[in-house]
Design a protein around this ligand. Sequence first.
Ligand SMILES: Cc1cc2nc3c(=O)[nH]c(=O)nc-3n(C[C@H](O)[C@H](O)[C@H](O)COP(=O)(O)O)c2cc1C
Length: 212
Amino acid sequence: MGTFKTSKVKKKWKVRERENKFKFWQSPSNLLRSAPDNSDHPFALPTFCTTGPEGVPRPRIVVLRAVDAAITELRCYTDRRSVKAEHLAAGSEGSYLFWDPDTSLQVMAGGPTHWAPEDEARNAFRKLPKHGRKAYATVSAPGTKVPHPTSGLPEDWDERQVADTDYAIHHFGILITRLRWADVLHLDRQGNTRMTGSRSDGGDWYWEWAIP
Ligand SMILES: Cc1cc2nc3c(=O)[nH]c(=O)nc-3n(C[C@H](O)[C@H](O)[C@H](O)COP(=O)(O)O)c2cc1C
């Protein structure tokens, strides 16, 4: 009888724990889902980090472009010739860092990062207005050393029609980070709270509380 009671209590506790973790994940996951295409959003411009072959981490800001409903894939656009692309080709994973001062939530998340299929990239590029193509339209690769400050765009860029900027499609790519880990920190004067998540590819999130 005693054992039966104990196992019932344990089960209840487990269910409550799952609910607490689920609740804690609600706010950051809603922030992540609502950030793409919302330039005023606190999660719209995360830091995306890769590591060079020599072990030096390199952070940079990107625009968060898409997040799936289950928060397992994050997308950003980039130039295929950029340093981050070199890092990823050499085996680096990608990781994102977000911060929302209103809710006092920090989210770190990352995993293996690969290029989206060609047709997805082509469709996204076609929808970009001329000014949105600039970042992929430099004549030389981003980061190329030059003797004077320059936009790197073709000299006749301002006069060009949108169709004359189509060449930039060859530089344009969509990076998909398939999340395998996440870390949520909530700052609170009463006491900070932290939860870490992990998932195998195709699996659900598994959450554990952690010391902040
Ligand atoms: C507000 C802001 C938004 C940016 N958005 C992007 C972006 O969506 N994709 C991107 O590749 N670079 C973006 N950049 C430029 C990157 O921060 C970085 O300078 C560039 O990607 C080159 O990085 P890399 O040499 O480390 O690859 C953005 C920069 C700023 C300041």
